[in-house]
Every structure is written in structure tokens, then in C-alpha cells.
Design a protein around this ligand. Sequence first.
Ligand code: SAH
Length: 357
Amino acid sequence: MSSQLKDFSLARLRDDFALRGIARYRADQVAGWLYQHGVEDPMAMTNLDLPLRERLASEWQSRALDVDRVQESSDGTRKLVLRTHDGAVLEAVLIPEERRNTLCISTQVGCPLACSFCATGALGFTRNLTTAEIVDQVCRAREVIDAAPALAGEEERLSNIVFMGMGEPLLNLPNVLESIRILTDPKAFGMAPRRITVSTAGVVPKIRPLLEVGPINLAVSLHAVRDEVRDVLVPINQKFPLQVLLDTLRNEELISRRRPVFFEYTLMKGVNDSLEDARLLPELLRGIPSKLNVIPMNPHPDAPYEAPDRDVIDRFTAALHEGGLRVTLRRNRGADIDAACGQLAAREVRSERAKGS
Ligand code: SAH
């Protein structure tokens, strides 16, 4: 198969071009077209000479994903249903807010971690996404934004990227790192690293290598204060229990008050929403510069959990405040199109399977 231009960070693309006898600076020009101008057809890259354009067109691919459809929620959230060349379906979610426009992207088709409350986890694991497939989610999202800008008054550029879609980013680390290099390279997307957040369920040995790629944000899916509960919700806890995870973060010198950990806590009725849990949490996180995001469970047919009542949620977050934690409550965006946290892709893949069987 031909090579894929978007699989390479600029440094590697220059090297690869050099090996093929193409001048290194040509890689910079190509990256400018792909990521700054959104031009994928080599024949349209007019500052390249014609033989090079023809060579790129015949030896390389430049597009990794096609848009199956775009669904828009009543709250303005847009879900992109995307398809790879081998027919895998994945999703990315555009979340417009007042001062930012966040894109939530996927790193795997399905997920091997099987967290009991997550719709993606219920799918099982198909494969890792390639670097180009990760990066192309951003390219496709920019086209969607350009074709129909967000509601008046909302930010129109893509301002933030969160690796919180389908899959576990730290189990696809090389491709995640390469895509971050492309996103942050001033000659490619040129995004500020602090506008990128990568979320993990707690693949402890890969946390340090992730933090070393640059000053991006780390998010950690916590969801429980006791191993008995977390073992069930986030089964990778059986391999890397709470104390191991939290001690690693506590001792990690790349984490600081300026670069805190963003903990996510999906709140489930009767499972992890007690006041005692709320009192234990600040204790547990002591010594880790952190912010905590409370996400009321988004229910879906593959999990037996539901969100607590509003007053329980309020009491829980109030108790965290009192314990000295910096807490935010995440609004459920896009739930009417199955685009909210933990709802991604189940429907599509299920209907694909139904068709195949
Ligand atoms: N595997 C990574 C990346 C996925 S992030 C991780 O676990 O961090 C997806 C986020 O959505 C996680 O914080 C996850 O806990 C949360 N989530 C998953 N299912 C959910 C659900 N049904 N309701 C609310 N949040 C959910």
C-alpha cells in the first residue's frame, strides 16, 4: 500500500522525503497545504513542481477518513460519524461553547478496557487508529465548521482538542504522540499544547512518556475512591490499583500547580455517589495538583447505571468543594444524538454487525 502523508510528523516526513530523494523543505510545504490550507489533493499544491505533484499523487495517500454523516444536537453539539478506508466506523464530537470550540476525538475503534459504564467499552476492541486517522478527525471537523460555522456569538475556530472519544489513548501511544506532534507543530496545525487534553483510564507506565511529548494536559478517569468499586467500573484498576495510580501522579515531577491533573468522576446513582465517597475524595487526591470534573452518568442500553438525582449531585459536589477540591460539573452535551461522554459509536457498530450477520 502507498504511504500516508498524515502518518508522519514533520521531522519524520522530512527524513522520509530525503530518503526518496525529495528535498526536505518540500515536507514543510506539503504540511502547510494539508494542515494550514486544508488542501489534500497533491495536484492542487501549486508551489510544488509538476513531477513532484504527480509523484505524490501516485505514491502517497493524503486522506484517511470520510464523513458518513454529521448529526446536530439541539444544544449545537455536532457528532461526526467517520469511516476509515477499511470500513471501520468512529466518531468525533464538536462541542461549541461561548469562548471555545472543543473537538473530542477517538484513538481506537472500540476499546479493550471494558469499563462497565461505558458504551465504547461494551463494543470490544477492533483496532488502533493510525496517526492519519487521528489527525484526519481534526481535518474533517474543520471542514464541517467552515461549511456551517457555529451559532452566532460562539467561537468559530477549533480552539481545543480532547482525546476523550472512543478508545484508550495510552494503549495507542506511538500514534497518539505522533498526532500530538502534528497538532502542535507551528508548521502544521500550530495548536498550543495547553489546548490539548489526553484522558486515560490509568495505564500507569505510559503516563510519563505521554507527559514528555510537551506541556499538554493530562486527564485521568477516576470514578471511585475504593478499589472494590473501581475494579468493577474500570477493570484496569485490577492491574494498576488506586494507590499505584495516585502515587505515580503524586510523585510525577511534570505535574505541578501550573500543570494539574484533570480527574474525571462519572457519578452513578447508588454506586459512587455517597457523601462518604465525597469526603474521601479530597483526602485521596491530597498532594496531587488537581481539578476534578464531575460527570453525571449518561445512561445507555449497555450499562445498568443511571445518574443520581439533581440534589444528590449538588450535595456531592458541595462536599468536594468543602474538602478543598477545585470542582466543575460537566453539562451533558449532545445526549439527544448519543454524542455525550461514554455514548460513542455503540449504535453504528451494532447496526453494522446486524447487517453483517
Ligand atoms: N479511555 C480514556 C478515554 C475515554 S474518555 C479514559 O477512560 O479516560 C471518556 C470519558 O467519558 C471518561 O472520563 C469516561 O469515564 C467518561 N464516560 C464513559 N462512559 C460514560 C457515561 N456513560 N456517562 C458519563 N461519562 C462517561
